[in-house]
Design a protein around this ligand. Structure first.
Ligand code: HEC
Length: 159
């Protein structure tokens, strides 16, 4: 019995770590590797504009679920400034709605992101959006200080 409990604890812990790893991987990709934050803001509120192209969506208000978020990350949004991040997007028709580059007018074709993301990284960023942004409402001072440290001037504008 003790042995079973021990195994159970190991199992539960390893799952917690796995989820945490995914969160951290997603956070890193969002803020630096894929530069999502340049357009969407570190808090996902779409406040990258006006320096970035297009008016990026407020991810805190997104209605997209895991499946649709994955699709948007892989394929971008045709006709909008949202780039695509799957290396094989629009080459392998299986990735984006059975379409390839040649199916689009030049101005509608999404740009390729600064860096492409592996399936695992896309999964991590989707997890990060769902856990850290979606339905979180307005950015709070607490949330800002958790990211940048207590007393940071940058956080004065929240609350
Ligand atoms: C060059 C700027 C830019 C970059 C970089 C960028 N986005 Fe976007 N993104 C946009 C714009 C603009 C839209 C809104 C398109 C529209 O008008 O529908 C958008 C829309 C989205 C949406 C759809 C939200 C919804 O509810 O409709 C998601 C999700 C998203 N972006 C996630 C990301 C993630 C994650 C990354 C990084 C991997 C990223 N974006 C990088 C500009 C950008």
């Amino acid at each position: 019995m003790k042995y079973i409990i021990f195994l159970l604890i190991v199992f539960i812990n390893s799952n917690l770590f796995a989820a945490d790893d995914l969160f951290i991987m997603g956070e890193r990709a969002f803020e630096s590797k894929a530069n999502c934050a340049w357009c969407h803001g570190v808090f996902g509120d779409g406040k990258g504009h006006p320096r970035s192209p297009g008016i990026a969506a407020n991810l805190r208000e997104t209605v997209l679920d895991e499946e649709l978020l994955t699709e948007v990350l892989n394929c971008g949004i045709p006709g909008k400034a949202m780039p695509f991040f799957n290396r094989k997007a629009y080459k392998d028709p299986a990735i984006c709605w059975d379409t390839v580059f040649d199916d689009y007018e030049k101005e509608d074709m999404p740009k390729k992101g600064d860096k492409t993301l592996s399936d695992q990284k896309v999964k991590a960023v989707v997890h990060y959006i769902l856990v850290n942004f979606k339905d979180r409402g307005k950015v709070t001072k607490t949330e800002c200080e958790e990211k940048f440290g207590a007393g940071t001037k940058l956080c004065k504008k929240y609350d």
